[in-house]
Ligand binder design. Structure first.
Ligand SMILES: [Mn+2]
Length: 471
């Protein structure tokens, strides 16, 4: 097969169907289900359809809303698909569009197959080759395909029968739109229709789609377990050599290698490796400072596996031993984390977990002050939320943070990540300790029918377990 025939730009033929699936694994996530993945995506689209009052147009743009606006162009680094689009199709190729119709007559819009692009970047989906088109339909379960430039025409067809359309854009808590790529794509589409004198009543599906895609199913949970297992292995490998590392950069290299050698999906987010006072910067990411032996180092990291993201933090002593001040502060944070884990269950809100967590830490600090400690925190009350939702994005459900006040339900994943950041001075057993310290301990909790399952439980975190790993 030649380049011009489309399917396999490297000249491989595709007699073996699994080899064909493998060839397209970068642009289609089968979630390990192989050819059966289509049924899963079809079921999700059917559930999504139930929430629609009118045809819905979705755009396959690069993952947001936190990533910079990036759309139909080329990109030389792997970019993951917008999570709702990925959830409904498995298609991990940006530049697509999907019309979901209440009647069930969905249309997937693709660009023309670009042989030059295939030469540079490998196989991708497009219009213009029967074999590729048939493969796309088989993999996604969507039989109607159209060229990308026919989106407006299809929407105009819909408007023959209805005055209403559905779109997808994110809102801040105050109800104002976030002008990211989802919003800009929808806005572009609405403006295009206006040129045809069409001003449909647009409904936003953003809020309703969270209910559908935030609770994880058994397959998602299995992938989340794989993601946390990879994260655990990377952490253990890092700990094994930590005492020989002299810089954050070295530690970050080993940590990231542990993730990348096991998951081509890579990191859930750029790892944070923050020694000493650097750990008081919550989203420190320079990872470029020397690591003094006596400091604590905060690691916030995680592997992505399929569509799932692990997000774990551990804080460990570079020397392998916590000093007495570090021990006191660490124990306080660890106890707060245990309290949160015990309290988390269906019906409880993240806001309630927050109150419980930070009150526990405040009480502990008050006791230390009474014992003579001088404590200078970098914040007044809560430095950050103790939990955020986790799943198809590292901070899933953001930016509509209303979920903080919604009762948790089985199938949701949340983080449990109390922290303590500031300058601490204390005389313990006649010795003066004076350190700027940042501690964060973060686990990933699956909400079950009765409580939680801690998926990162086997990643060591007690003082005894951590110190034992250095001996
Ligand atoms: Mn987190």
């Amino acid at each position: 097969m030649s380049v011009n025939e489309g399917l396999a730009p490297n000249g491989q033929d595709s007699e073996d169907p699994n080899a064909l699936l493998d060839m397209y694994s970068g642009v289609f996530l089968d979630e390990g289900l192989g050819w059966d993945a289509a049924q899963r995506y079809q079921a999700r689209r059917d559930a999504f359809r139930q929430k629609l009052s009118a045809p819905c147009i979705l755009f396959g743009v690069a993952e947001g809303p936190d990533t910079p606006y990036k759309t139909w162009g080329y990109c030389h680094v792997p970019v993951f698909q917008e999570p709702l689009f990925l959830f409904l199709t498995g298609l991990n190729q940006v530049g697509l569009a999907l019309l979901i119709h209440p009647s069930g007559e969905d249309i997937l819009f693709l660009p023309d197959i670009d042989h030059d692009r295939a030469f540079w970047e490998g196989p991708h989906f497009g219009i213009g080759d029967e074999k590729v088109e048939s493969l796309v339909s088989t993999l996604t379960g969507i039989s109607a395909l159209g060229p990308r430039n026919k989106v407006n025409a299809a929407l105009l067809d819909c408007l023959e029968e209805t005055d209403e359309l559905t779109g997808y854009w994110h809102l801040f808590r105050n109800g104002k739109p976030i002008k990211d790529h989802n919003y800009l794509s929808w806005k572009h589409c609405a403006q295009a229709l206006r040129r045809y004198d069409e001003t449909p009543e647009w409904q936003n599906i953003a809020t309703a789609q969270w209910d559908l895609r935030l609770p994880l199913d058994a397959i998602d949970i299995a992938h989340m377990k794989t993601a946390t297992e990879i994260t655990r292995m990377a952490f253990l490998e890092t700990l094994a050599v930590l005492s020989t590392c002299t810089t954050e950069t070295e530690v970050a290299g080993i940590l990231n290698a542990g993730i990348h050698m096991r998951s081509w999906f890579g990191n859930s987010f750029p790892s944070i490796v923050a020694g000493g006072a650097n750990a008081t910067v919550l989203h420190y990411h320079k990872n470029n400072s020397p690591l003094p032996k006596e400091c604590l180092v905060l690691l916030d990291f995680g592997a992505r596996w399929q569509s799932m993201h692990a997000d774990v933090s551990r804080t460990v002593p570079c020397s392998g031993r916590f000093n007495p001040l570090q021990k006191k502060l660490y124990t306080l944070v660890l106890n707060a984390q245990e309290q949160v884990e015990k309290a988390a269950k269906p019906g409880v809100t993240i806001a309630e977990l927050n109150t419980l967590c930070w009150a526990h830490i405040s009480q502990g600090l008050a006791i230390m002050k009474a014992e003579g400690a001088i404590i200078d925190l970098d914040y007044k009350e809560m430095p950050h939320n103790v939990s955020h939702l986790l799943g198809r994005q590292v901070h899933d459900g953001d930016p509509q943070r209303n979920y903080r006040d919604m009762p948790l339900t089985p199938g949701l994943m949340i983080t449990n990540e109390p922290g303590l950041y500031g300058r601490f001075q204390m005389i313990i057993a006649g010795h003066v300790y004076d350190e700027a310290i940042g501690i964060r301990i973060e686990d990933d909790l699956l909400i079950t029918q009765t409580g939680v399952e801690n998926l990162s439980l086997s990643i060591p975190k007690t003082i005894e377990d951590l110190e034992a790993l250095f001996t």
